[in-house]
Design a protein around this ligand. Structure first.
Ligand code: CA
Length: 386
């Protein structure tokens, strides 16, 4: 704030690296020469702190999110990527049991099929976040994981680039995920997810999903239509039922006759009862391990379907509805909590606890219990409070 001279804000950064980080890293099997050479050029990146502070809160309505995630351009590029790397995708499917269009969808949503892999030096970004960011202990662990990656000879420190938050390469792995799940798929004894050649990165994405329970031959889920009078208290990822229960509840696939049976599933209504509905199966949970967001998992699933030749959705979105902003979501949370439906926090985010509380309130009031945080719900709560 006081100066914009070069090096501003760096006071103490190098000192902190030497006095605080170095002994911890050495205590965790990082060799002194690895540390000293990898961290020699690490610098404080004020821009990284700014980005962390200005992170967009996730308040896009699902239809706007999907317009970006499953844009025609991304679908087209995904089909082209699968054609171009057909042989690689086939070998990856043989080895890890994850279908090409699914791996491609993650590649496409994370980095536009490798085009936007990030140009922040990972060690500097992580050191910056560990020094001055929020969640500093998490980022310090990631920094030491990143040093371990360099020490093992996977990549030279200066080639280790990624997002401002330390996500690296074609599939945007954070260092700890890299250590656990990246693979050397081209057999040169290095796990290289950074190079223009995506071979190791594609294998690594597939291995990540396989290790988190992806089941080959099953979809992530599929679009459904709900019967008139459907019992909305059954929705949400926290409730899973076998196909027979959903059949009895009047759930229909939008494409198949009857419900295909892939074991238990959950119904998702990302825009409430006026929008499209989905059956989320076991494989959706593998996608959620990549990024724990229902929007993300739906985006990947629907993009994969389209890359694989599928058509768009049968259902529509209530696009005329305004989506609550973060303050309004906080107001909903605080009113729900006041009325005896605790949301376990007033943070302005639509997490599962808030959805559950909203559903309980709607049920108690005889409203459609879809858990959707709508303008309608806010107004009902205000009225009751007034
Ligand atoms: Ca390799």
């Amino acid at each position: 704030m006081t100066t914009d001279q070069p090096g501003a804000g760096q006071d103490g950064f190098r000192d902190w690296i030497e006095r605080m980080v170095r002994p911890k890293a050495l205590g965790r099997m990082i060799r002194p020469q690895t540390f000293d050479s990898a961290m020699a050029t690490a610098e404080f990146l004020p821009d990284v702190i700014e980005r962390q502070q200005n992170q967009k809160e996730f308040l896009l309505p699902i239809w706007e999110y999907l317009e970006i995630a499953v844009s025609e351009e991304r679908v087209r590029n995904g089909r082209a990527a699968v054609r171009k790397w057909r042989e690689l995708f086939n070998r990856v499917e043989q080895r890890f049991g994850v279908e090409p269009e699914v791996v491609a969808a993650i590649w496409g949503l994370e980095t536009g099929y490798g085009v936007v892999r990030g140009s922040y030096p990972t060690l500097s970004a992580l050191a910056t976040l560990a020094w001055r960011g929020s969640r500093s202990a998490f980022f310090e662990d990631e920094l030491i994981a990143a040093l371990r990656i360099v020490q093992a000879g996977n990549v030279k420190a200066e080639r280790m680039l990624g997002s401002w938050a330390g996500a690296m390469g074609h599939g945007q792995f954070i260092p700890s995920s890299f250590l656990d799940f990246a693979v050397d798929f081209d057999g040169d004894n290095r796990r290289d997810i950074w190079s223009d050649d995506p071979t190791d990165a594609i294998g690594s994405i597939a291995n990540y999903l396989a290790k988190h329970g992806w089941r080959r031959g099953q979809p992530w889920g599929y679009e459904v239509r709900l019967a008139e009078g459907f019992d909305y208290s059954m929705i949400g990822l926290d409730q899973a039922h076998p196909t027979s229960v959903w059949e009895d509840a009047g759930v229909q696939s939008t494409v198949a006759q009857g419900l295909p049976d892939y074991g238990v599933g959950s119904i998702l209504l990302p825009a409430g009862h006026r929008g499209a509905a989905f059956m989320a199966l076991r494989n959706t949970h593998a996608l959620l391990r990549y990024n724990n967001s229902e929007f993300y998992a739906l985006g990947i699933g629907l993009l994969a379907d389209r890359i694989g030749g599928g058509k768009g959705l049968a259902g529509t979105w209530p696009m005329a509805e305004r989506v609550l902003d973060r303050n309004e979501v906080q107001e909903v949370q605080s009113l729900l909590t006041d009325h005896g439906f605790p949301t376990q926090g007033i943070d302005g985010f639509r997490g599962p606890n808030t959805t559950r509380a909203a559903r309980a309130y709607q049920m108690a009031e005889g409203l459609v219990a879809d858990g959707n945080l709508s303008v309608e719900l806010l107004e009902a709560l205000r009225q009751r409070a007034g």
